[in-house]
Design a protein around this ligand. Sequence first.
Ligand SMILES: CC(C)(COP(=O)(O)OP(=O)(O)OC[C@H]1O[C@@H](n2cnc3c(N)ncnc32)[C@H](O)[C@@H]1OP(=O)(O)O)[C@@H](O)C(=O)NCCC(=O)NCCS
Length: 360
Amino acid sequence: MTDSSEGPAPVLGSLPASPRPVAKRAITPRAGSAHARIMSVGACRPRQVVTNADICASIDSTDEWIRERSGIESRRMAPPDVSMIDMAAAAGLDALTRAGLPAEEIGAVLVATSTHLRPTPSAAAVVAHRMGAVPAAAMDVAAGCAGFCHAVALGGDLVKGGTARHVLVIGAEKLSVFLDPADRSTAFLFADGAGAAVIGPSDSPQIGPTVWGSDGSQADVITTRASWLQYREEAGASWPYVTMQGQSVFRWAVFAMAKVAQAALDAAGVSAADLVAFVPHQANLRIIEALGKKLGLADHVVIARDVVTAGNTSAASVPLAIDALLAEQAAGGPQVSGGLALLFGFGAGLSYAAQVVELP
Ligand SMILES: CC(C)(COP(=O)(O)OP(=O)(O)OC[C@H]1O[C@@H](n2cnc3c(N)ncnc32)[C@H](O)[C@@H]1OP(=O)(O)O)[C@@H](O)C(=O)NCCC(=O)NCCS
């Protein structure tokens, strides 16, 4: 009988003295572009304007309270027959038109979203097909409100690595599907929309290094009330409405995130004074202004404040805010095209990503 405590016989002694090397051929690498740039942005804003008075029909609140605490005066919400995918494709086509690039030239489509309604297939594959961006690689990026800045990082690196020559990055959300109209902490905040950017090759660095990260220990701070499985299996389980611990998010965004914004400036080798614009996630005007103060932004730096009329559109908010700055420029506002902007997404995960880019 064998004593099992002895364990298996040592195997080292049975290895061949000198293993024969495997014959192999060197892999051909693919050369990418030295640098990448944002060639254009596009937007899709649902037509329906929802005022604070409309929101207050379902919650005990006032227009004054909502403006004071969030800066939001109105937001856009899509009707039942317009989906997140419809908005993503519309924003993507707008960006392609503005870049003057045919859809077939797109090598990859990345859709940053938290409101895709099916686990499979990806929203990106459907969006790519709708736009005629076939056979582009297509995938979704789930990084909450930081999703678009994650996708910009990935898109820039795909172009530089030679995996795709042009990448269409889209942030799209139909948050109204996941908003409990009776929840006082979220009903006034979140909204619908989509924004997009075409990323392509460049002779000079126009997308700076990304500073990004996550903290899953705070996963519960912005989440949904139930999982899909709980919704299906548990009696009385809620639809997975978005829930948020407002004060925790506020503290994290203002205190921890200011350091990340500064780190992105440092990584790009620029200072706050070199910026023409600061385009943070349009979470809430108080957070945006507190971050601007912490960065010590000079008066000439335009701070994106699209949240006032767009609400918080999560992954769509940064490209929508760039689109708004370009629209203001076209209407005689400050010149931002060709200048440096700090893009900064942060939110559920918790997750964050920031980079300095040259605006198209
Ligand atoms: C959501 C937020 C505006 C709430 O403000 P707050 O000051 O933290 O609110 P509190 O929950 O502490 O409540 C403070 C008071 O306002 C009241 N209140 C809460 N929601 C209200 C509403 N929608 N309308 C009116 N009053 C409200 C509370 O009842 C409480 O009243 P009390 O002092 O009499 O008890 C704030 O926490 C915030 O901006 N958080 C960040 C949210 C964000 O940007 N999320 C996006 C991240 S991607």
